[in-house]
Design a protein around this ligand. Sequence first.
Ligand code: PRT
Ligand code: ZN
Length: 295
Amino acid sequence: MNRNRLRLAIQKSGRLAEETMRLLQAMGLSFSKSRDGLYFRVNELPLDVLRVRDDDIPGFVGEGVADLGIVGENVFQEEKITCPEIGGVKISRDLGFAKCRLDLAVPEAFDYKSLQDLKGLKISTTYPSLLREFTEKQGIPVNIIEMHGSVEVSTRLGIADAICDIVATGSTLEANGLKAVETLLKSQAILIQAPGNLNGEKEKAFERFLNRMDGALASRETKYIMLNAPKNSLAKIKKLLPGAGAPTIIPLDGTNENFAVHAVCREAVFWETMENLKAVGASAILVVPIEKMMN
Ligand code: PRT
Ligand code: ZN
């Protein structure tokens, strides 16, 4: 592997893998397998992609094995507490996918009022460091049982009184007769960056990488909206367009009574927004995705 090429560590398979690849593809990147099959070479930038277990990503970036990593913030924060090398690693972007929470949960029948109720109890988790930090900060001593999977069944098995686990929709908790009572961390996929400066070539590659990533992230939410409206609706319509700068307003029929309004909306456009636009006089409303964007 050529050390003049930027290195990005991503999850090989699992909940982050697919969305991560989709983001890289949305950045216009394509890949060829290295001769030894250990990593992917990106064709468009001097960038190599290492595919590893997510738990190894913060450490690799901290030790400089990789310059960049894409990982869940929960894993990053957990590893950061135990590994001093990760101390200088920076979060450089929130990526908006793999959203979840690290929650404390107790059996449905548990009459939970406050964290005090967990004093001295057994809590099983795959995130012992975050749990220890949280309970110590709150001054609640607990007995932490570290597990490497199946945390959600540990109360039924009598291994623990409560659990501390990742929750997304909440259906796993529900299926196991548990209820969430506290949130320790809100998490999503993040781009992390090694401490220290990159040398010339890599610095340039990183800048291009970030520009493309920002473009891809922005265009994911951003929509192009077109509609027709009578003159007296224009002011109200401008106020309703979510995250739009100055829209383009074009007279439709030479009468200066009816106009076409075109705008780039930098926030999600919901059905409700369209209904509100219609209610103030807009018609023929079209919302179309933007494929690429660069500012
Ligand atoms: O093999 P490798 O070590 O790389 O992967 P992994 O098995 O350790 O992790 P993986 O692929 O399961 O998850 C990767 C990351 O996805 C996590 O670190 C989180 O940042 C994020 N993520 C997002 C989730 C979830 N959503 C999620 N729902 N990680 C785990 N879950 C599990 C959770 O542990 C629980 O068992 O799903 C269940 C809860 O889901 P709901 O929808 O029922 O609430
Ligand atoms: Zn893992």
